[in-house]
Design a protein around this ligand. Structure first.
Ligand code: FE2
Length: 398
């Protein structure tokens, strides 16, 4: 049975519905990956997306081909094609058609939309780490061959400085700088020297505070890289961390927490800690939900209290709703890696969040909270297209 005769409009509608169907399949995968689910369980479900992606167009084409038609020489237009389908399939195809037509517009907005209204400055420097180090910092471990694919940006690093005017920030904290680093993913593919270079670059930024938002390890054996990497990162007001789903997935997290604490890092998982910055108290808190622990128990802000700054470290950006209710001024998150592969004019495809690609990376102002989602430094799969690894110096202005 060959392809049915379809009018051009019917082919376009079929293509848009197919795109919409793929978007919905990816949306389900993104939501599944945002849940508390072990990787081996996820690997049972994730491959089902591929047959699901092609099931709709195949079903429509098959029904159009096998339909009894009075005038087989006249190509089917959209209406005729629509009437051939049983109503549940017609309804689903119509929903997919709408999704398929709207999705490119959403993608364009994500790629070309304006920065948040509170952003006052942005500068960036892009480095080729191979050039900087004079060698390829890749070991023959895991999927190391992916690093040689054309256009793979995994061996580049973007160093950004983003400035924001944060309403309510105490004047004493004007210009406070926070280094946001996330998703180091020690897998062994990028070698220790690579991370040592990243830490040197972080130290050059001279932040007052450092925040690491999780996914340190994919192999527990690589804990001994810590003294020469995160152990050398300096900040006068402290270094703070939460862990991520990959740290949770490889086994008990206590050895990782202990190793970081022994190097002077402060574990904020489910905790609240006040630090002194320029004589001003800054409230820091953290969470690793949904994978570990709970949300921190923050006291409500008293109406007559002096203005202060609350900072939340969360591995996932999905806590943004909670952060807003808690008067968090700055929320830092990782986990989604910017999607790792970003299509031109479309943005990220896979983004393991309850909000899909919405918070894949970048800054979002949702009063009273400024959310910054890092693209991270690495990933368990060493592949990035149009989505360079990053470290970010965030500067807040009163
Ligand atoms: Fe990650």
């Amino acid at each position: 049975m060959g392809l049915p005769a379809l009018a051009v409009s019917a082919w376009i509608a079929l293509a848009a519905s197919t795109l919409g169907n793929m978007v919905l399949a990816v949306a389900v995968v993104n939501r599944l990956q945002s849940r508390r689910m072990r990787r081996h369980t996820l690997h049972l479900f994730v491959p089902l997306q591929y047959p699901a992606m092609i099931a709709l167009p195949l079903a429509i084409l098959w029904m159009a081909s096998s339909a009894d038609r009075n005038h087989p020489s006249v190509p089917l237009n959209v209406t005729a094609l629509w009437h051939l389908l049983p109503w549940p399939l017609a309804g689903y195809a119509a929903a997919c058609l709408v999704v398929g037509l709207v999705t490119p517009l959403v993608g364009l907005w994500r790629v070309f939309g304006p920065p948040p209204s509170v952003q006052t400055g942005f500068s960036s420097q892009k480095l080729c780490m191979v050039q900087r180090m004079g060698r390829r910092p890749v070991a023959p471990v895991g999927k190391h061959w992916l690093t040689r694919l054309p256009g793979n940006e995994v061996l580049s690093l973007e160093i950004t400085e983003k400035r924001f005017r944060l309403p309510g920030l105490p004047v004493a904290l004007n210009g406070i700088s926070v280094l946001h680093i996330s998703d180091l993913h020690f897998t062994g593919t990028l070698d220790r020297g690579y991370y040592e270079q990243v830490v040197d670059l972080c130290n050059d930024l001279k932040p007052e505070l450092v925040a690491f938002t999780g996914d340190l390890l994919d192999r527990l054996q690589l804990l001994d890289w810590l003294p020469e990497t995160l152990g050398r990162l300096n900040a006068p007001c402290g270094r703070f961390f939460v862990l991520g789903n990959h740290d949770w997935d490889i086994g008990p997290t206590e050895p990782t927490r202990l190793a970081l604490e022994n190097l002077g890092w402060v574990d904020l998982a489910g905790r609240v800690q006040t630090v002194d910055v320029r004589g001003q108290p800054v409230t820091l808190c953290g969470t690793e939900v949904p994978w570990m622990g709970s949300l921190p128990d923050l006291p409500p802000v008293a109406a007559d209290a002096d203005p202060s700054l609350r900072v939340l470290l969360s591995h996932s950006p999905d806590c943004i709703g909670w952060a807003k209710k808690q008067d968090i001024g700055l929320m830092l998150a990782g986990h989604v890696h910017g999607g790792q592969i970003r299509l031109p004019l479309f943005g990220p495809v896979y983004s393991p969040s309850a909000y899909g690609g919405h918070y894949a990376c970048g800054a979002f102002w949702e009063a009273p909270t400024l959310l910054h989602v890092s693209r991270g430094v690495a990933g368990d799969v060493p592949l990035r297209w149009n989505c360079m690894p990053e470290i970010t110096r965030i500067v807040l202005e009163a």
